[in-house]
Design a binder for this molecule. Structure first.
Ligand code: HH2
Length: 279
């Protein structure tokens, strides 16, 4: 399939990115979509529930996780991207930091690379994103998934994230990715304590200074468990609270497991935050 590139209008409403992990070990949805057909069916369901983007991931990056090799990740991800692109007109993103995986997924019709290493994980990634006219999510992370939660430290978490993302946006632009295709993400849970995650949500709006669309991914993450004492299966309401507050602070895209419920939350939050005030 010919690459279509990535174009999207931001700011009119919150876009919903539905998570589709085709992994045996993700912290919440591990092993649920064991075949490309099951995964594609979940994608259809998420689109019916209001997803604007489907984010396909083949490697868990939960705290303490180890990398999988590129061949295995491609084997997990590529048939799923192909099936979704064949069945649905939805935007597809691939959650990877490996250029070979991104290249194969973009070649099968993905539009966007969601890179938790913000183009630092593979020297070929910027060229691949640029060549396909793809969009890219540049996420902040302190450390690597294997070690990031050992002792995260910041003087000012928001200023450090802002400065990191500024540099990464610049690097992407210099590598041939135009600003209209760049999304930034503070990386909730990636080298952050509970207090850091809360401060990110409280001060998210400051990252709008970067002038790029803002993606946030609080869905069912462990800071919600630390606050409520509840396991990942019981964090729907906590996710809803974080999501509504993120929308109030200017989030453009929210990355969620529970599309049906979070679309409903986003519709109400959008009506409060984005309406003109006319009755
Ligand atoms: N969070 C996860 C994975 N990818 N990408 C972006 N841009 N932002 C995030 O916050 C983010 C992400 C972790 O969540 P999940 O995919 O549900 O878990 P796992 O890594 O265990 O597969």
């Amino acid at each position: 399939m010919k690459p279509e590139g990535f174009t999207q209008v931001f700011g009119q409403r919150t876009l919903i990115m539905g998570i589709l992990n085709v992994t045996p070990d993700s912290f919440y949805d591990a092993g649920r979509y064991a075949s490309p057909d099951l995964a594609a069916r979940r994608a259809v369901e998420m689109v019916e529930q209001g997803a604007d983007i489907i984010d396909v991931g083949g490697e868990s990056t939960r705290p303490g996780s180890s990398p999988v090799d590129a061949q295995e990740e491609r084997r997990r991800v590529v048939p799923v991207v192909r099936e979704i692109a064949r069945r649905l007109p939805v935007l597809v993103s691939v959650d990877t930091y490996k250029a070979g995986v991104a290249e194969a997924a973009l070649g099968e019709g993905a539009h966007l690379v969601n890179d938790i290493f913000a183009l630092r994980g593979d020297p070929r990634m910027t060229e691949v994103v640029s060549r396909f006219g793809a969009g890219v999510v540049l996420m902040h992370m302190q450390g690597t998934p294997a070690t990031m939660q050992q002792n995260p430290q910041y003087d000012d978490v928001i200023l450090e994230i802002q400065s990191f993302l500024e540099d990464r946006v610049q690097a992407a632009r210099e590598g041939g990715v135009p600003p209209g295709r760049i999304i930034v993400d503070p990386g909730i849970g990636f080298g952050k304590t509970v207090a850091h995650n809360l401060e990110i949500l409280r001060r998210l709006r400051e990252l709008k200074r970067l002038g790029q669309p803002l993606l946030v991914g609080p869905s069912r993450k462990s800071f919600l468990g630390a606050l409520s004492g509840l396991p990942a299966e019981e964090r729907l309401e906590g996710t809803a609270a974080a999501l509504a507050l993120a929308v109030a602070q200017g989030a453009d895209i929210v990355r969620v497991h529970d599309v049906k419920e979070m679309k409903r939350v986003a519709v109400v939050a959008d009506a409060v935050v984005r309406s003109s005030g006319e009755a």
